[in-house]
Ligand binder design. Structure first.
Ligand code: 0RA
Length: 639
């Protein structure tokens, strides 16, 4: 018998090593990629485990620390991961959670889970991809500690102290063999933590960065209500206070908050178990249906719609709407390209029912707010009707014009769109270099001039009166607007944004990302949108020449050249694309064999959209504050 258990133990040991090896061999399969994005995924994964403990009702405080040595600590005051020996496995739950892929769920049957949802890979993946990881658990009056290297335990669980409180503390250093860059961004981590704090009003989340001394604590007792105020800080509100309600049906808790502002854009953020469902799904459909229905009912009941008024349709109800809907689902099914679309069909009816009931009640009690909203919807309906009539007229007139390509576009010569690219280039001079440097067979260039436009405040019709936007739309060939956009018509496979590596460049990039996010989202969802990475420096000595893309690399290259070269080492900083000659631009930034392209994810576009709203809304104060606070970080802000 004893013999047998040892065999099983050895067998499972081999299984574990195989699992860790698989993660290390193909990390992208588990965390998306090994860029800055994948690096931050690691922190999310660990934080998600603490969030699960909070959702279960056992944790109300989470702390993240970016340590001096670039490791990250995530601390919570939950129950602590159990450390007792699991009878079948002859290992502690802690060791199993930390080393076995997808082991998380075995030990805690929790009602709602973040981990296992979107990120879903479990903290063992973080462990496998870390040079080292230390887990400390406070439980039963003691502090337990176990250390790992590249996922493998290098100590047993040791008692290292006594403590009355409970909790889990995980510190890890991502593996330099896997991640080229290991610097965590305070900003990127903060944005997710802030979002989590809005979504969980009971929760206090703190972050600090040891090196800079920066720190922030997020605690929003107002929950979604404060979330809406935060999202709309750059806009002018139409109603005084956001509408808020929550209820639970069939063990699905639902929370909704929304407000109206005087812009033309629709901003709905939907969440399931704290995961941002960018592609929406059944809960969002339920919300939209109920919103349209309740507002129409209110309007009719209060005789606010007269015979000559056009009907209020969904589109009208969502113009200038900022809304957050958050629900918890025990067994969420995530679908779609980015696995962020809720598939559970029963949730539609649940959300719809709750919103119908609660919103009707709210409107009955707050008729003056209801009247303001209906007024706004009616004016949206009127402009929609007017725009439709105007379009019908111009469509006949301009059928021919629409077929001609813009004069500024230097198109490529091949027609097969599978292999073509278009560069949207900031400025005429850089545009000139790009035109000369490109491979004209498959690369098209469209130079854009200066500030493009404020996409925030304008309806599609007004936006199209802007020349730069018209040029982009007509070069891409897709059309624009809810009824006219057709991705099948896109004329290029890759759409590449190429801007200067300075604040203005970042600004224009944010603008373009926001434009694509709002009006051509499927282009992003289907992976057609990219950002070019021009070098920041050229460093040369004698006939050795290097192009480098960040400060860290610059120091490295500079040191190695100074050590080896007999000649003087020269450094040239590129302030703009225009400083490169066509040949250099081709070699460093455009040549598919030498360049790095960043594919824009929907998450990043969402971030840009959000940054943009804060930056460029109507209100000057939040914009000024934002620029002051973030001027230094603008480079990693937008990419
Ligand atoms: C398994 C079981 C229990 C808690 C946890 C895991 C847990 C995991 C993590 C990860 C980060 N923080 C965490 N906090 C708790 C339940 C243990 C019990 O029943 O006491």
């Amino acid at each position: 018998m004893a013999q047998k258990t040892i065999d099983t133990y050895d067998a499972s040991q081999i299984q574990i090593l195989k699992g860790l090896e698989a993660v290390r061999r193909r990390p992208a399969m588990y965390i998306g990629d090994v860029s800055i994005r994948g690096l931050h995924h690691l922190v999310n994964e660990v934080v998600d485990n603490s969030i699960d403990e909070a959702l279960a009702g056992y944790c109300n405080s989470i702390e993240v620390i970016i340590n001096k040595d670039s490791s990250v600590t995530v601390k919570d005051n939950g129950r602590g991961i159990p450390v007792d020996i699991h009878p079948d496995q002859q290992r502690s739950a802690l060791e199993i959670v930390m080393t076995v892929l997808h082991a998380g769920g075995k030990f805690d049957k929790k009602a709602y889970k973040v981990s296992g949802g979107l990120h879903g890979v479990g903290v063992s993946v973080v462990n496998a991809l870390s040079e080292w990881l230390v887990a400390e658990v406070s439980r039963d009056g003691k502090v337990y500690r176990q250390e790992y290297e590249r996922g493998i335990p290098v100590t047993s669980i040791k008692t290292v102290g006594r403590r009355k409180t409970t909790g889990t503390k995980i510190t890890f250093l991502p593996d330099g063999e896997i991640f080229k860059k290991r610097n965590f961004s305070f900003h990127i981590i903060s944005e997710r933590l802030r979002e989590l704090a809005f979504l969980n009003s009971e929760l206090k989340i703190a972050i600090q960065e040891e090196k800079s001394g920066k720190q922030e604590t997020f605690r929003y007792r107002g929950g979604l209500l404060e979330f809406i105020q935060y999202l709309d800080q750059g806009r002018n509100p139409v109603i005084r206070k956001p509408v808020y309600f929550s209820a639970e049906r069939d063990r699905v808790p639902v929370e909704v908050a929304f407000s109206y502002n005087d812009s033309y854009t629709e901003n709905i953020y939907s969440y399931v178990n704290n995961i941002h469902t960018i592609e929406g799904g059944s809960h969002l459909v339920g919300f939209k249906t109920a919103l349209t229905r309740s507002l129409n009912q209110f309007a009719i009941k209060n005789k606010l719609l007269k015979g000559k008024d056009p009907n209020i349709i969904g589109e009208d109800v969502r113009e200038g709407l900022t809304a957050v809907i958050s629900c918890k689902v025990a067994d969420p099914q995530f679908e779609g390209q980015t696995k962020t679309k809720l598939g559970n069909s029963e949730v539609k009816g649940i959300v719809e029912g709750i919103v119908n009931e609660k919103l009707s009640l709210y409107l009955e009690k707050n008729t003056s707010i209801g009247r303001k909203i209906i007024e706004k919807c009616k004016s949206s309906a009127k402009s929609r009707e007017a725009a439709r009539k105007a379009k019908e007229l111009t469509r006949r007139k301009s059928a021919l014009e629409n077929d001609t390509l813009p004069g500024k576009l230097a198109d490529c010569s091949i027609q097969n769109k599978e292999n073509t690219e278009i560069f949207l280039v900031e400025g005429d001079s850089a545009g000139g270099s790009a035109k000369q440097g490109r491979n004209r067979r498959f690369q098209a260039i469209l130079p854009l001039r200066g500030k493009i436009l404020n996409v925030e405040r304008r309806s599609v019709e007004k936006m199209l009166s802007n020349e730069e936007i018209r040029t982009i739309v007509s070069a891409l060939g897709t059309g624009i607007g809810r009824s006219d956009f057709d991705i099948e018509k896109v004329r290029y496979n890759k759409i590449i944004i190429m801007t200067d590596a300075d604040v203005d460049g970042a600004h224009i990039r944010t603008l373009l990302l926001t434009f694509f996010f709002r009006h051509m989202r499927t282009l992003i969802e289907q992976g057609h949108l990219y950002i070019a990475q021009p070098p920041l420096y050229r460093i040369w000595a004698g006939n050795s020449e290097h192009y480098v893309y960040d400060e860290e690399e610059r120091e490295k290259v500079y040191k190695s050249l100074t050590a080896s070269a007999k000649n003087k080492v020269n450094v040239q900083r590129y302030k703009g694309l225009g400083e490169m000659n066509p040949e250099q631009l081709w070699r460093t930034t455009m040549d598919p064999d030498g360049r790095t392209l960043l594919r824009v994810t929907i998450e990043e576009a969402f971030e840009a959209d959000h940054t943009f709203s804060t930056l460029m809304g109507d209100n000057v104060e939040p914009r000024r504050k934002f620029i002051e606070e973030n001027a230094k970080y603008v480079r990693n802000l937008d990419v």
